[in-house]
Design a protein around this ligand. Structure first.
Ligand code: DGJ
Length: 415
């Protein structure tokens, strides 16, 4: 072989090496697939590389589950909780519940995903399904079995509350150890005869229950919640006990709370739940302010509430303003106890776009296995709600303040 041939072969090898390093094994696999020479090995390599690529948080990017489908869990909640282990027992996993917006704004089913590492999510289907037609309750085995014990009147009511034309938003779940059952609360809404063009006039909280976090969840009812105490000025006296955007919170002693916007989105409330989490601890008519519920920040116009217990021992209540799908400035209040004095701590976000919560609306604050706090916000896309994005960012409760900062790409377990 001539010298120039060695040089040419060397240059070719070098070029191939550089090309391989630039496009990586994933790119090589794609190239082979494109050339029609894809093999199982190369496709496996492709899967591996895709998984590796996604093993971080890229706030605002599309996020796919382990089957390659876009995750549909908007307005959601992530928490570590006991789940069935498949052999009759339970194991701890992260569970993500949220609105499946595949069909757009209304009648959202609630999808559930699980994960061990918070990066890769396995889809478990829709845990609570909305109903397409009244007939479906009798003709579709799924619903017929779930509501077998209901009367026709009860079925009418179930259909009225969770049909595909209703508002079904911001589902949150709690596991009740005492009953070994899972309970979902969500914003259940619709137009009324008095106000047929406004889909948020019913203003209620829906409740559903199941033996498994994966469902099927059985819808129990929807209801109004706590009312403005006597002696205080109700910001919307014509419609008492409204409940729209909401969240759940389980305190260290196991007490459950529902936190929600009321009085036509003007005032936040936190109400204590019953021991089985399927109702309030006291009926709205007889509930006592400061014992059973607390009415907060009258007229402040806050929604998308999130309640968390910081590692500094304080309680933090974060929320957004009320601008529909558009992002706005977040605000956080903190207190030593849930029914105590709440102090306005201002905007928890720092850095560029902090004035619009990094173009998100709050839905959850939770901890990674190493204790790292994570802020979860929705970046709504009103023209294609199913392609709304998730923004997960590092958060901390240092120095008595909640701080959330932007990160382009990050890992909770980065060294
Ligand atoms: C803001 C709420 O936070 C969302 O859940 C949703 O109800 C939109 N408004 C609808 O405009």
């Amino acid at each position: 072989m001539k010298k120039w041939m060695y040089a040419a072969a060397g240059a070719l090898c070098l070029a191939l090496l550089v090309a391989f390093m630039r496009i990586g094994p994933y790119g090589v696999a794609r190239l082979f697939a494109w050339l029609g020479r894809g093999s199982d090995f190369l496709y496996a390599l492709e899967d591996y590389q895709r998984a590796a690529d996604e093993a971080d948080f890229t706030p605002g990017a599309q996020w796919r589950d382990t089957q390659g489908n876009l995750i549909q869990a908007h307005g959601g909640q992530v928490q570590r909780m006991p789940v069935p282990d498949g052999v009759g027992g339970k194991k701890e996993q992260y569970v993500w519940i949220g609105e499946d917006k595949s069909n757009g704004h209304f009648g959202n089913c609630f999808a559930v995903y699980t994960s061990d590492d918070l990066y890769t999510w396995e889809y478990h289907g829709d845990a609570l399904r909305s109903i397409e037609s009244r007939k479906q309750l009798a003709e579709d085995d799924y619903f017929a079995e779930l509501y077998a014990s209901c009367t026709e009147e009860e079925l009418d009511e179930i259909y009225r509350c969770i049909n595909v034309g209703t508002v079904m938003e911001r589902p949150k779940m709690l596991y009740c150890e005492a009953t070994d059952r899972y309970v979902i609360w969500f914003h259940s809404d619709d137009a009324t005869e008095a106000n047929p063009s406004y889909n948020y006039d019913v203003g209620m909280a829906g409740v559903a229950v199941s033996d498994s976090p994966f469902g099927p969840f059985r819808f129990l009812r929807r209801q109004r919640l706590s009312r403005c105490p006597k002696g205080e000025i109700d910001c919307y006296p014509s419609s008492k006990g409204e409940a729209r955007d909401m969240n759940l919170f389980r305190d260290a002693d196991g007490t459950g709370y529902i936190v929600y916007t009321s009085e036509n989105n003007k005032t936040l409330y936190i109400s204590k739940l019953s021991e089985d989490y399927t109702g309030l601890c006291a009926e709205p008519e007889s509930a006592v302010a400061g014992r059973d519920f607390v009415r907060l920040f009258p007229g402040a116009m806050r929604e998308a509430p999130v309640l968390a217990h910081g590692d500094d021992g304080r309680y933090y209540l974060m929320s957004s303003s009320t601008t529909g799908w558009m992002s706005n400035q977040a605000r956080v209040w903190s207190a030593d106890s849930i029914f105590g004095e709440w102090q306005n701590d201002g905007n928890p976000c720092v850095g560029e776009s902090a004035n619009v919560t990094f173009d998100t609306q709050s839905t959850c604050l939770f901890q990674a296995p190493n204790g790292q706090w994570i802020y979860f916000g929705d970046r709504w896309n009103p023209t294609d709600l199913a392609d709304s994005r998730y923004v997960w960012l590092p958060a901390s409760f240092k120095g008595g303040r909640l701080t959330i900062s932007w990160a382009e790409r990050w890992r909770w377990d980065a060294p």
